[in-house]
Design a protein around this ligand. Sequence first.
Ligand SMILES: C[S@@+](CC[C@H](N)C(=O)[O-])C[C@H]1O[C@@H](n2cnc3c(N)ncnc32)[C@H](O)[C@@H]1O
Length: 206
Amino acid sequence: MSNVKSGAEAWDARFSGKGWAYGREPNRWLEERISPLTPGKASFPADGEGRNAVWAATKGWEAHVFDLSPVGQNKCQSLANENGVEVSYEVDDLETREFSQEDFDLIACSWFHVPWDMFTIHYPRMLNSLKIGGHFITEGYHTSQMEMSSGGPKSLDLLWELDEVMDTIGNGFEVLHAAVETTILDESDLHRGKAHVVRIHLVRSN
Ligand SMILES: C[S@@+](CC[C@H](N)C(=O)[O-])C[C@H]1O[C@@H](n2cnc3c(N)ncnc32)[C@H](O)[C@@H]1O
């Protein structure tokens, strides 16, 4: 049985539990790469229950989220309240969202997998909302994650090949890091254990 969930209802169902589906702490790769940066205006696309955006807000970032899930929005609000910070969260779809141009100092997302046709058209549109000099940081599952039990969609159409991702989004960016890595995840029961991931950190150059 596939665990691919693409509609808002499926994500709402995943986020309807009492706990946080992917934990309350930020994604470790995002935390490591964002921590040395000077806080500014940041977009956290598809941040689900808001763990990355809320953490960034506690570090001084002006944090904005868009995501399909209204339940995720409520969970993010609750986490933001607990931490005494504000996060702007719009329920919206990558496919239809209108993006501002050269607006953000940082765009960061973890596990934002969409069908490849959607990725090729809409990730570049999303990245146009980054200022020149702005950072794009992401972690996603590699195609070789298919055989692993530490999370991620069981569909090659949603998983990432590094070369294909970089061919799609790398033009006009300086590459600070772009690699397939084996790591040990410990985010939640859904993302725990040895995993094959793609880790990317780019800076917009034009
Ligand atoms: C695996 S979860 C990751 C959530 C969060 N980034 C994290 O690491 O905790 C994937 C998220 O992508 C969102 N998502 C999927 N397709 C989307 C789309 N087309 N537009 C906006 N959000 C989407 C889902 O609602 C869900 O919150």
